[in-house]
Design a protein around this ligand. Structure first.
Ligand code: FAD
Length: 373
């Protein structure tokens, strides 16, 4: 049995961000392990080939304004990749370079299938291969890409979830319906229309929100692409069509709405309804909010199981989503500070995180979002 002080599950930006910070605080290599079921950054390598980061990268670190896609204050995907909107494959390359540079040891092909608390001082991680890892602290950073929403409505299985698309070149039909018009829905519509396909883009709900919080409204990158599509006759935006059922007859897909409206298309409908809040092996170890989000304390620690932390896009504090794109980077400090205090690590590096805007401890900036011009 491997016995460590800290185990991190997931080698995406959230898991690696915490791992690097602990390394910078001086944790010994043998005291920490990162378990990754696939390869470093595998959610990004699974993106459709054409998908790009929506957050722009810029090498602004020189004046304490970190590249928005960076996971440490002193690295920049814009600088190392020479791209403003890296592809998933490129971003995974950046993540691997960061892990190598900081000598973070990642156990790839190591899937954690079960987590149990042995006693209040340790967790046991069951690995798919049969191994067991014993750890005092556990940071769950398993992401959401492995739990796409595949059962949102009847007949969901007839659709293609956007996380299952390898390249939009593989979509050969003439016309498609894209369900969901947030980031991935607009991305799907844009890529299909760029290939000359007719697309009906379903907006299933909300009106424009008076905020510029990127966790709640379309990013400028996506909004710009949406307005570019308005000048073509290939994309039709349909408001308020809540899909109730999808069925197929004679190679035509029928979409029925909750109010009885009907749409048809010849290509498999593209499901862009997002991802579940499923937390894999630690699902039962967190209390849940009414909306199904895991409940954490001020250190992003489970309120049911102390020393179990959450890092990544499912983090919420009250009404604040930490969320989806780059904001969760500001929370690497929460679990790492608690662990550092217990293990007697050097926390002076936190000054760099604070200067770089990667130390989000006061959420008032997320509460009132005002833009004066
Ligand atoms: C259209 C779109 C555009 C996006 N653009 C941006 C952007 O511009 N900027 C941005 O910051 N974010 C962007 N994101 C979001 C970004 O992809 C996620 O927020 C980010 O991947 C979350 O990081 P993570 O480390 O939590 O999860 P992941 O990157 O998914 O990493 C989790 C890792 O955990 C592993 N894992 C899962 N379960 C287990 C297990 N049981 N055992 C071992 N390993 C496990 C997985 O294999 C995976 O490698 C975008 C997402 C989409 C859909």
């Amino acid at each position: 049995m491997k016995d460590v002080k800290v185990a991190i599950v997931g080698a995406g930006p959230a898991g690696l961000g915490c791992a690097v910070l602990l390394k910078q605080m001086g944790i010994a290599t043998d005291d920490m392990v990162v378990c990754e079921s696939n390869k470093i950054g595998s959610s990004f390598t699974a993106w459709p080939k054409e998908m790009r980061m929506i957050t722009p990268s810029f090498p602004s670190n020189g004046y304490h304004q970190t590249d928005l896609n960076a996971i440490t204050p002193d690295t920049s995907p814009a600088f190392s990749l020479g791209k403003e909107h890296p592809s998933g494959k490129e971003y995974a390359h950046y993540l691997r370079s960061v892990a190598e540079h900081y000598d973070v040891s990642v156990l790839e092909s190591t899937k954690v299938t079960e987590v149990k608390q042995q006693n209040k001082d340790c967790f046991l991680l069951q690995i798919e291969s049969g191994e067991i890892i014993k750890t005092r602290y556990l940071i769950w950073a398993g992401g959401e890409f492995s739990s796409p929403r595949l059962n949102t409505f009847r007949g969901s299985d007839l659709c293609l979830h956007n996380s299952q698309v390898k390249s939009w070149d593989d979509c050969e039909a003439e016309d498609y319906v894209v369900i969901g018009s947030y980031e991935s829905g607009v991305d799907a519509a844009f890529n299909l229309a760029s290939r000359g396909k007719y697309v009906t883009l379903l907006n299933t709900g909300h009106d424009k929100q008076e905020t510029y919080d990127p966790s709640r409204v379309l990013s400028p990158y996506t909004a710009e692409r949406l307005s570019a599509m308005a000048n073509t006759n290939l994309v039709e935006l349909q408001q308020g069509f809540q899909v109730d059922e999808v069925r197929v007859a004679e190679n035509v897909y029928e979409l029925l709405s909750t109010t009885g409206d009907k749409l048809t298309c010849s290509g498999k409908p593209i499901n862009c309804t997002g991802f579940d809040a499923h937390l894999g092996a630690v699902s039962g170890l967190f209390d849940r909010t009414e909306n199904g989000f895991p409940v954490v304390n001020q250190f992003d620690e489970s309120t049911l199981y102390p020393k179990l932390f959450l890092s990544g896009p499912k983090l919420v504090h009250g009404d604040i989503l930490l969320c989806f794109i780059y904001k969760f980077r500001g929370r690497f400090i929460a679990p790492c500070s608690v662990i550092a205090a217990d293990l007697g690590l050097d926390i002076s590096i936190l000054n760099d995180y604070e200067q770089a805007g990667m130390m989000l401890s006061n959420f008032s900036c997320c509460e009132t979002q005002q833009c004066y011009c």
